[in-house]
Design a protein around this ligand. Structure first.
Ligand code: ZN
Length: 244
């Protein structure tokens, strides 16, 4: 059975990324939904590692877009902006070229549409509630859409019979068969914001339409130390242990 690794919002956190890759084991494909850089201390190492992953499909995120200079830094809050200035100076030319080549539109892989933010607005829109999810169901034609950006591991599940969308947080570590249309977020590898500090990702088994959300512990303290040593905003170190 084909195993696809679905990751998003790595945010230059190599320790979390390595923990996810070790936990996932061997996979046939990797779908990365963007934001490889921003916030964390290891942008070059993360880009290098992601580029080495098998059969990679990788989208650009809003932080990646800012790092290559295609998005005004004023659109980010103070701390995110400070970290982006650091990233712009730190990311190598070769890696900036890689980021520049990443697609900013929805990419369709078989039965799944992939977007960083949302299918309606792939770079910027946050899908955080049922209404936004419901509107976005009209902006892709495959059964499923995988998104990142909000850093929440969550499923927006359509119920056609009730003409509604349910927000479902599936307990991680188990596979769930997808039936009705849905928008699914694997959560964030490098900066989870759902009050669970463990790195988040998902596995997808396309032949059986199984979605398996996962969480994995990593050495947060080591990343905190590197963030502070790099002179990045202390807030970005603090938030990791609380998952916010
Ligand atoms: Zn992000």
């Amino acid at each position: 059975m084909t195993r696809i690794l679905v990751i998003s919002d790595i945010h230059a956190n190599l320790t979390a990324l390595e923990a996810v890759l070790a936990d996932a084991g061997e996979v046939d494909e990797t779908w990365c939904l963007g934001d490889l850089v921003g916030y964390g201390p290891d942008p070059n190492e993360c880009i290098h590692r992601i580029r080495s992953l098998p059969k990679l499909t990788c989208l650009i995120g809003n932080h990646d877009t800012a790092a290559i200079g295609n998005l005004a830094l004023v659109s980010f809050n103070h701390d995110a902006r400070r970290s982006l200035v650091w990233h712009k100076e730190t990311v190598t030319k070769k890696n900036l070229t890689f980021l520049t080549g990443l697609p900013s539109d929805v990419v369709v892989c078989g039965e799944v549409s992939l977007a960083h933010g949302s299918p309606r607005d792939p770079i910027w829109e946050y899908v955080m509630n049922a209404l936004t999810a419901r509107i976005n169901l009209g902006f892709f034609s495959t059964p499923w859409c995988f998104i990142g950006h909000s850093h929440m591991q969550v499923v927006f599940q359509q119920c056609a019979r009730r003409d509604s969308v349910d927000i479902v947080v599936l307990p991680p570590g188990e596979g769930y068969e997808l039936t009705e249309r849905a928008i699914l977020n694997p959560g964030s590898v490098g900066q989870p914001r759902d009050r669970n500090p463990r790195a988040a990702y998902a596995l997808f088994y396309p032949e059986k339409n199984i979605w398996e959300p996962r969480r994995v512990e990593y050495d947060i303290q080591a990343v905190k130390t590197r963030i502070l040593e790099a002179g990045l905003p202390p807030r970005h170190a603090e938030r990791l242990a609380g998952g916010w």
